[in-house]
Each structure stands twice: as C-alpha cells, then as structure tokens.
Design a protein around this ligand. Sequence first.
Ligand code: TRP
Ligand code: MN
Length: 436
Amino acid sequence: MRPAAQQPPWPDEDELERVLKQISTLPPLVFAGEARSLTSALGAVAEGRAFLLQAGDCAESFAEFSADAIRDKLKIILQMAVVLTYGAGVPVVKVGRMAGQFAKPRTSSTEIVGGVELDTFRGHMVNDDAPYAEARVPDPTRLVAAYHQSASTLNLLRAFTKGGFADLSQAHIWNQQFVASSEEGRRYEQIATEIDRALRFMEACGIDLAREQSLHQVDFYTSHEALILGYEEALTRRDSLTGDFYDCSAHMLWAGERSRQVDGAHVEFLAGIRNPLGCKIGPSTTPEEVLATCERLNPDRVPGRLTLIARMGAGRVSEALPPLLEAVRDSGHIVAWACDPMHGNTFVTNGGHKTRRFDDILGELRGFFDAHHRAGTWPGGVHVELTGDDVTECLGGFGDIVEDQLHERYTTACDPRLNARQSIDLAFRIAELLRD
Ligand code: TRP
Ligand code: MN
C-alpha cells in the first residue's frame, strides 16, 4: 500500500468498510464507453483541434441541491461554450466539475473558528461545514448520500443536454434575467441572434436542420477530484466490452496539487483505471516531476488520456510554465494543457473573505496563452470555478465587485466562484485570446 495523502480521519473503520461494500454493489454512474468518447474528444484537444471548457463549483453542496441550481450552472456553461465556439471557431469539449465534486483537500487538518479549534471541513461527502465539533466528524454514510446526489444530478444533466434544453435554438433562453440586462449579457444576446440568423440561412439553403442531431444536443461530461480513494475504488468496475477497469463515478478524474505525488496512492489508483485523467500542477512543479507524471499516467502516449492543469498564479505563470511546456514538448509526450486560473490567485481579505481578483484570473490566462505561443504548443483549455448565481465572491469584472460587497452574497461551500456575468465576460476574453 502506498501512502495516501488527504484521507479523512474516519472514526469507525468498520462502518467505513460496510459503507464502501454497499457502494460497490450500486450501479455505476457512467458507462465506460462514454469515458472512451471523452478520451477521444480530449485527444483532439491534445492535438490542437479543440478546446476544453471544464467548469463548476469548487465544492458541490448537500445543502444547495436543487433542479434550479443544476440548470443554472448548465446554462452558464452552455453560454460560455457558445461564446467560445462561435467566437473562436473551435469545437469545445464540455466537462462539468459536477455530479461528484464533493471532497476537498485541506492544507491544515484543523482551523480556529471563534476561538475554538475545529477539524476542517473536507467536503460534504466527508463532514459538514457547520462550525461545531460534532458537525466536523467524518461520517461514512455521507459517501452514499454523495453517490445518490451525483446520480440525480447526472440524470438531470443528461435530460437537459440530450432532451432539447441545449438545442442551439434555445441560446437566448440560457441568458438569465440579471445577466441579460448587463453589458456582457447584451454582448451574448448578439451572438445568440447571429446564431439564429445562421440557422435560418442554412435552412433557406435547403439544409434540413431537424435532421442535424449536433444542433440539438451536446455531449456533456462530468469530472471531479479523485480524493477519497475508498469511494473511487468502490465505483471502479471492469468494463464488460474491453475487460479494462474504469472508475464509473465520473467520466474524468483528476489528481490535485496536494495528491499528485508520483509514488503516492492517488496516482497509483489513477494509473490503474482507463478514464481520461487530469493532474493539477502548481508553480513549484519541476520538469522532472511532470515527465514522471506523464510516464506514469500515460505510458502508452494516448492522446486525450492525460490533461495537465496548470495553476500557477498570475505572478508566476510566465516563469513557471514555459520550462514545463518545453520539457513535455521535447519528450514527445502528448498531453492536453489546460489553465486553472483560479487556485493560484486566491487570497483572504482583511474582512476575512477568501477571494480572487478577476484581473488576476485574466492575467494568468494571458500568461498561459503567451507561454504556449512561445513554446509552439496548444493552449488547450480552461478549468474554472463558477456558479450560475448572482454571487459576490470574486472581485472585479464589469459589475466591479469591491471588497466591501463580498459579504452581500457570499455563499460558496469552499473557494470563491465567478458569478454568471463574470463567467460570460471571461469566455469573451478567452475567445479573443484564442483568435489572436
Ligand atoms: N453539438 C454542438 C456542440 O456541442 C453544437 C451545440 C448544440 C452547442 N448546442 C450547443 C454548442 C450549446 C454550445 C452550446 O458544440
Ligand atoms: Mn477550489
């Protein structure tokens, strides 16, 4: 057994074993064939023919679980996808941090709340975020609850993306009221109107739009950090078609910056499954580590198998990323490169709110695109934390949220998320970077 970082201190190992055994008898959430489709879609990203949009909550919540919340998050991801597809003219691979993103790695195992030392919140599949000791005790039955919430979230996502809601003719409807009345909302409206016109044009040319499935639905995939190894193992099944093992808790799984040790248990688990994988890499990552990660997670050099998600910080991306891009390029390894412009740019305000500046997020993205331009490699995608709601968690953007406003609608269960307006704004900026 290799050492596993970031595992919760479960108080009762026997109960944990019982629960995991139960989960291992439950139906898989995704089908191995879908994971293979995502690998091939990400293969196009690795080869510079498509762009990855991976987005969703920092941490999904048991408390904020509703059809509306799922729908609104999907809306904003579809809007961003439209802006990117139309604005940059590249296919967009859509992957949610949804239907399973319930566990959080922590830097410290305790925190001080109101003068009392408490075990830290580790995500709703482990414990509760309420500020008292009992709430923070890890409870294995939460793993089962996370499975069921993932199943119903995925079910609704499938219904929406295949059942008409994601039809391009609905593009106006995804624009929520509070967005539509804003600058970036109007800019989006314009694209939706142009798409209407393009569709009518094609119809007038004699193309039977009703028969073009791709206009009426999207392939939407799910992903989360593979943190709680027992849960992921309990959902790992042998595919009856190929005989290979797949973690059927989501289409794509990633290792975090804190759990990506090449000789650690998380990487060992990920190496053994066939799903497409992500690996977060921070600014202290060395070229040797990145190459060892590629060798370990994608020894057969399958395009789309491995996405490296750089989270460097706006101030460090320009110096930290280029040596890694060059090392991978020169090694002949094939990876998709994505930019997580969120996690390297988090800080705490004097008022005690964890936040990020929209300008830093943009700054890191610019540095990411620039580094790829210079290395002659493809800036394959973005990985962002967002919500469809009108929250005040990140600073700046068109609405120019300032520090004093953060408390107004600060509802995240973990890290600060872009709100719907900031997300659409960001999509326009990324489309510009892709065009340049
Ligand atoms: N199926 C295509 C795609 O996923 C076109 C499409 C349909 C689309 N509905 C969409 C694109 C919603 C973005 C958003 O690219
Ligand atoms: Mn986060």
